[in-house]
Structures are given as structure tokens and as C-alpha cells.
Design a protein around this ligand. Structure first.
Ligand SMILES: Cc1cc2nc3c(=O)[nH]c(=O)nc-3n(C[C@H](O)[C@H](O)[C@H](O)COP(=O)(O)OP(=O)(O)OC[C@H]3O[C@@H](n4cnc5c(N)ncnc54)[C@H](O)[C@@H]3O)c2cc1C
Length: 379
């Protein structure tokens, strides 16, 4: 690699995808970039419920990370990072071997996998990472259409993502006889949503016959069943597609990074970053859902991952050019327009306690999502 510096991008999340786009337009001399992602493609979350409902094809929401890497002159490595050695400045790879870096940036998102629930690894599907879920849904719909699977679904997690996906699934199965969808949450359904938005979504869930089990624990999963407990009552639901959209869990391997001499601080498992998006190690940055912005904590949402991209680009360039004084602070916005789809081509918009719903809200959401994806389609 000679005197070239090496920038390693770990994960093909939304921030890194946008960063690669920017790098293609303005590459930095004498810097080699490598991108590590388990799949050649990653999925764009905003359009995922629309894909599940059947409004979009899988390719409409796929970000081609391999092609983005190629376009920006970066090397694409199809693997998962499994470790970072801060002293040696190397990244361990799931395919074996290590990769050395001058500067690394982590954008690996979160997982909704439920490792602690017996049977989940065998019979459950996590909504995140999105690309794996998107493929599983595609296959499930084929199996249902061919009569290989019954249209019985259970969704663990009654937050916005879980309810949006439940409505999308109900729409996709609207002409399928005997379809059943159940949402299970250990506390209240849609607890974190504005009461008026919650009312709108709950009305839709009722209209679609989606059953809601609040204050209910999932005990275990077996083939085609989810076993639940509410108070003293134990119950089993038939389910041939059990999805977890529950919470935002950080990847466990992050907790093995660093030591006393080289601390790598986490907040509840998420990488602590300063307002420059830098971790507690000065050679490692972190963005998107896997990062915790210590000075300005925010909920996990794609909107922050997207807005971090130009700042991350600027700061990585400043680091690589040895001009840290050129770095820029990232100031996350306080609130953002939340647009949640309601199955059919309808959505509810919510910002600062103000909301509207219906076809217009969906058209607005569709326009914003298509605009985002068009950034990656243009040459
Ligand atoms: C159903 C659903 C709908 C949503 N809708 C919205 C919405 O409308 N608006 C909104 O703002 N937010 C939405 N979100 C939240 C949004 O998905 C996330 O905030 C956003 O995806 C975060 O992007 P990210 O950059 O952190 O990375 P992600 O998009 O999560 O991508 C991370 C990438 O890293 C890869 N990766 C994982 N582990 C490794 C590893 N060890 N090594 C290398 N690569 C790895 C993954 O395979 C993936 O490609 C939604 C979430 C869900 C589940």
C-alpha cells in the first residue's frame, strides 16, 4: 500500500453509503478506502414497510454497497468485522485475517435479534439487519402463495417499527384467507408515540383485525408457535413467521474492544462519540444507530444517520490530511418529521405534537424516500 493512508469503513449503513457517494465525487489523494459489509447490498429502512406491503420491489430499497465502493475507488470486503485491536490498529474479519487502518469508522447499525429467548435463533427472524429480513419476507410470501406455509404471523415488539410492519403485512395478505397477525409487547403497544398518532395507528390495527397482546412476555419459540405469559396466564400462538422488531440492541462484539490502557467507552453497549462523531479512541469514529452521541443523545433513527454523513466525510478527511482543526461539530436536530405508513398507500405524519394522516401523508413519505434513493441511482 506504500505511503497511502488506509481508511476502513466498517458496515454499509446509511451514513457510510452516503459518505462513499461523496468520496466518489471528491476522493482524497493518497488514501485507500476499504468497506466491510456482510452483504453486497444493504436495505433502506424508510421503504421497508412499503416493500413488505408490496408497493415496492426489493431492488427499489437496496443500496448496492459493492457498486458504491467500486464507484468511489474503494475496496469492498464481503465479511463482518468481528473485533478491533486499538493498539495494533487492525480490524478482525469473520472470513479470517485482519485489516490494518489509519482511521476506522463504524456504521453497523443495531440488531433486534432476541438471543435470550429460547428458540429465537432457530425459529425467529430479526427486523434488523434489514437486508436479511427483507429476503426472509420475500421467501415467506412465496411459500404462502404456494401453500407451503400458513399465513400466521407474530411480531414481537409493539413500537412504531413493529406496528408499521404489522399493517404492511396485513395489506400484503389482504386477499389471503385465514391470515392472522398478532403483536406482542412486554409493556404497552406504541408507548413512545404521541397519543393522537397512537390513536390513528391503533384504529388501523383494529380495522385490520390485528390482535395486540400488551404487558405480555415471550417465553420461547418452537416450530410454528410462540409461547407467551401474561400475568399468570400462559398461552401459545400459532405462527409460521415470527419477527422481532423489539428494541434496539447493540452488537455484543463491540464490548470486547479496548482495555484499560486503550479505553473504548460504551453507553449501554452503544459506542460513545463526541460532537465530532469520534469515539473515545482518536483513530475510530462511529455513526448511525451503533453510536451514542454523549453530548446530545437522540433516539435511533435513520434521519440522524443520514445527516451525519457530510460531517463524517469532513472529519475523516481532516484526520487523514492531518488537519484536525478543520473538523466540524455535528449538532443533531431536536425533533424530526416522523412518517409512518399504514399498510395501504396511507401514512401518518407527526412532528412536534402535530399530525395529519391519509393518502397525502403517504405521497409525501414516498417522495422523500424516492428522493433519497435517487441519490444512489444517479451516475
Ligand atoms: C421497519 C423499520 C422502519 C424504519 N423506518 C424508519 C423511518 O421511516 N425513518 C427513520 O428515520 N428511521 C427508520 N427506521 C430506523 C432506521 O432503520 C435506522 O435508524 C437506520 O437504518 C440506521 O442506519 P445505520 O447507518 O445505523 O445502519 P443500518 O442501516 O442499520 O446498516 C448497518 C449495516 O452494517 C452491516 N453490519 C452489521 N454488522 C456488521 C459487522 N460486524 N461488520 C460489518 N458490517 C456490519 C449491516 O449488515 C448493515 O448493512 C426504521 C427501522 C425499522 C426496523
Amino acid at each position: 500500500m506504500g505511503a497511502k493512508k488506509h481508511l476502513v469503513l466498517i458496515g454499509g449503513g446509511h451514513t457510510h453509503a452516503l459518505l462513499l457517494k461523496q468520496w466518489a465525487k471528491a476522493p482524497i489523494k493518497d488514501v485507500q478506502v476499504s468497506v466491510i459489509n456482510p452483504g453486497k447490498r444493504a436495505a433502506y429502512s424508510g421503504m421497508l414497510p412499503g416493500f413488505v406491503a408490496g408497493h415496492y420491489a426489493l431492488t427499489d430499497l437496496q443500496l448496492n454497497i459493492e457498486a458504491l465502493a467500486k464507484e468511489s475507488g474503494a475496496k469492498f470486503i464481503q465479511a463482518a468485522a468481528s473485533d478491533i485491536d486499538l493498539e495494533q490498529q487492525t480490524v478482525g474479519l469473520s472470513i479470517g485475517g485482519t485489516l490494518s487502518y489509519d482511521i476506522a469508522s463504524i456504521d453497523i447499525g443495531i440488531t433486534t435479534g432476541l438471543k435470550n429467548i429460547e428458540g429465537f435463533a432457530e425459529f425467529g427472524i430479526a427486523a434488523k439487519p434489514l437486508d436479511h429480513f427483507a429476503q426472509s419476507w420475500h421467501q415467506f410470501m412465496k411459500d404462502v402463495q404456494q401453500g407451503h406455509k400458513r399465513p400466521q404471523l407474530a411480531i414481537i415488539g409493539g413500537g412504531v417499527a413493529g406496528c408499521e410492519l404489522a399493517l404492511a403485512m396485513a395489506y400484503a395478505l389482504r386477499n389471503t384467507a385465514e391470515a392472522s397477525i398478532e403483536i406482542i409487547d412486554r409493556s404497552e403497544i406504541l408507548a413512545e408515540v404521541h397519543p393522537r398518532t397512537r390513536q390513528i395507528i391503533e384504529r388501523k390495527l383494529h380495522e385490520q383485525g390485528i390482535q395486540m397482546h400488551s404487558n405480555t412476555e415471550v417465553l420461547r419459540l418452537t416450530e410454528n408457535h410462540v409461547h407467551l405469559q401474561k400475568g399468570d396466564n400462559v398461552q401459545s400462538l400459532a405462527s409460521s413467521f415470527t419477527l422481532s422488531a423489539a428494541g434496539a440492541r447493540p452488537y455484543e462484539w463491540l464490548s470486547s474492544i479496548g482495555n484499560e490502557a486503550n479505553p473504548f467507552l460504551l453507553h449501554e453497549g452503544f459506542i460513545q462519540v463526541d460532537p465530532y462523531l469520534r469515539s473515545t479512541n482518536d483513530k475510530v469514529y462511529a455513526v448511525g444507530d451503533c453510536a451514542h452521541m454523549t453530548a446530545n443523545p437522540r433516539p435511533k433513527a435513520g434521519v440522524y444517520a443520514v445527516r451525519q454523513a457530510p460531517v463524517l466525510y469532513k472529519n475523516l478527511v481532516a484526520e487523514l490530511q492531518g488537519k484536525p482543526e478543520n473538523r466540524q461539530l455535528y449538532q443533531p436536530q431536536k425533533d424530526y418529521l416522523k412518517l409512518m405508513s399504514l399498510g395501504a398507500k396511507e401514512a401518518v405524519a407527526d412532528k412536534l405534537g402535530w399530525q395529519f394522516s391519509g393518502k397525502l401523508a403517504w405521497q409525501l413519505k414516498n417522495r422523500i424516500d424516492q428522493k433519497f434513493m435517487s441519490l444512489f441511482r444517479e451516475q
